[in-house]
Design a protein around this ligand. Structure first.
Ligand code: GLU
Length: 563
């Protein structure tokens, strides 16, 4: 067989060579040890925690080593493509603090790809196109090269034939796939190929695997160390009928010519590693270092079992979930880092106020088996992150969130800026800051009693206090209330009412002799607290009243007398 003739027959218009591409995309001029990483999502429009998880590893590895982190759009599967997915992806990742140095850009749309009319704006960088659908000729140069080497061939098998083979293999419990004797078109003669093409029969290009299943190869993974696996024997498809490459081939070509040094990707790709390593060998290229990260798991509420987070069942998998609820991006990032790297939490405890970028990220510390995602833990991390923010930072974030997701609340926040700054400042700073703020939606709920239009009685009145007593407590409170009292003087008055009305001033006295008292000071102040805030629990009540101001406090007390 004259492979050169076959290559010309299949790719008559491809004139460039591998050497041309090597010249066009030379080794990057970076310092020793600089890493080049990439995020390579399919533009499906769904951006999930796994994307962010990987992107954070990519971003840290690259920027910590003065390298490059770029975005490549893997749009060779037309069925999965969603219009506008890339701008959304970039916006979302940027919201979470991930910005790329190179690659597909925000105004990149299906129309404005590099192959289209407007190459500007859709990408930047010297290693593009960064949209796989625009790289057709690059892949073909490489496939032509493999055909010339006798390592790739056209395969005319129909879906029915392939189906029949699959059934036969299933019945015989034989490894599925097109390999060995099942690869029927592996050794077609040039004449036969010419004849079939002349008949207009459609074909794909398959890789002619030189593998032997009984042979093992070893590949280093930065998380898992050396992995030993049997060689690939499958004649995988490298060029599909739609003239675009499969993931396997595109990965090899792109990561070579974009000069990627480290490939961070999901562990679901581990199984295809033998294919990729073999393709790199066939092309006579060195493969990048692989970093297969683990899947995010959760404990299923109904079964109690650990399982993978699923797009269908778990809304918390999508990043929009966190954006819409108003999680601070740092909180999500910080939490992911906590579960991504085994040494992050310890570092954070030792460096509570250090910038996240100061943490020394290393893939060796990444988990190699099912990382457990737990939203309660995220909330705890978020409380810590928010405790480090200023009242102004919280206010500004809340306002931005409300404008985007709850516009009816935005005006309220704007009109009450001064009040909210004081509210967010309660017990902020100092040794032991309050840790009850988690995300914008929750913060609004937490402080909404400051707004008359949202005020409701959420808690039950204390059972120890009769309705008559409640009224009397409130009446006495109203008579004695003086906003110029300091916290101590204010509480002294509560105590006076408590003692006067037959309640214990010290809770422990009541606990010792419950029959001697109607209740204790906590029940009396509880009545006032519910009257003012609608809640049995709140931050410091005196401070809340100072913020609300005399008129509104008195109004609420009067209203509670009638409740
Ligand atoms: N498009 C692939 C995916 O979304 C990329 C995997 C990789 O990073 O190589 O899973």
């Amino acid at each position: 067989m004259d492979h050169k003739e076959l290559a010309e027959l299949l790719f008559p218009d491809i004139n460039k060579t591998i050497e041309d591409l090597e010249r066009e995309y030379p080794e990057r001029d970076l310092a020793e040890g600089a890493r080049v990483t990439r995020l390579a999502p399919s533009p499906t429009g769904f951006i999930h925690l796994g994307n962010l998880f990987g992107a954070m590893a990519d971003e840290r590895m690259a920027h910590q080593s003065n390298g490059i982190c770029y975005l490549r759009v893997e749009d060779t599967d037309e069925k999965r493509e969603v219009e506008g997915a890339v701008p959304i992806l970039l916006d979302t990742l940027s919201y979470f603090g991930i910005n790329f140095d190179e690659g597909a850009c925000k105004n990149g749309t299906q129309e404005s790809r590099p192959s289209g009319v407007d190459p500007e704006g859709s990408e930047r960088g010297a290693y593009g196109p960064y949209w796989q659908s625009a790289r057709g000729d690059i892949y073909k140069v490489c496939i032509k090269y493999l055909v010339e080497k006798g390592m790739a061939y056209p395969c005319f098998m129909t879906e029915e034939e392939i189906d029949a083979i699959r059934k036969e293999q299933e019945a015989g419990k034989i490894n599925p796939g097109i390999y060995g004797k099942y690869a029927k078109d592996r050794d077609l003669s040039l004449d036969e190929i010419k004849k079939r093409i002349a008949e207009g029969r459609s074909y794909v290009i398959r890789f002619k695997s030189p593998g032997d299943e009984s042979r093992y190869f070893t590949c280093y993974d930065e998380i898992r160390g050396n992995i030993s696996m049997p060689e690939n024997v499958q004649d995988v498809v490298i060029l599909k009928k739609n003239d675009l490459p499969t993931y396997h081939f595109a990965h090899v070509v792109d990561d070579h010519f974009m000069r990627t040094t480290h490939v961070v990707r999901g562990e679901e790709w581990m199984a295809s590693l033998p294919i990729h390593v073999q393709l790199f060998e066939a092309m006579e290229w060195e493969h990048p270092v692989y970093v297969h990260n683990t899947s995010l798991m959760k404990i299923d509420e109904t079964t109690g079992q650990k399982r993978k987070l699923s797009k269908r069942k778990d809304p918390e998998l999508g990043l929009s979930f966190y954006k819409e609820l108003g999680y601070f991006p740092e909180a999500v990032r910080e939490y992911l880092m906590t579960i991504l790297c085994s040494d992050f939490e310890e570092w954070r405890i030792a460096n509570p106020s250090a910038d996240y970028d100061e943490f020394k990220f290393s893939a060796e510390k990444m988990s190699d088996s099912g990382t457990l995602f737990d939203i309660n833990k995220l909330n705890d991390v978020s409380k810590d992150v928010l405790a480090r923010k200023t009242a102004k930072e919280i206010y500004d974030f809340m306002l931005g969130w409300a404008k985007e997701f709850q516009p009816e609340k935005a005006k309220l926040l704007e009109d009450n800026k001064d009040m909210l700054l004081k509210v967010f400042d309660i017990d902020r700073g100092g040794e032991k800051p309050r840790k009850d703020l988690i995300y914008a939606g929750q913060i609004f709920e937490f402080v909404k009693y400051f707004f008359d239009e949202y005020f409701v009685y959420e808690s039950e009145w204390p059972a120890e206090v009769s309705k008559e007593d409640r009224k009397e407590i409130l009446q006495r409170y109203l008579e004695s209330y003086d906003p110029s009292d300091d916290n101590a003087a204010w509480f002294e008055k509560i105590r006076a009412i408590t003692a006067d009305m037959g309640y214990a001033v010290k809770p422990k006295d009541y606990k010792k002799n419950p029959e001697s008292y109607k209740g204790h000071v906590g029940h009396v102040s509880g009545v006032v607290r519910i009257a003012v805030t609608g809640r049995a629990n709140s931050p410091d009540l005196w401070t809340i009243q100072q913020i609300l101001g005399r008129e509104r406090v008195e109004e609420r007390i009067r209203r509670a007398e009638e409740a």
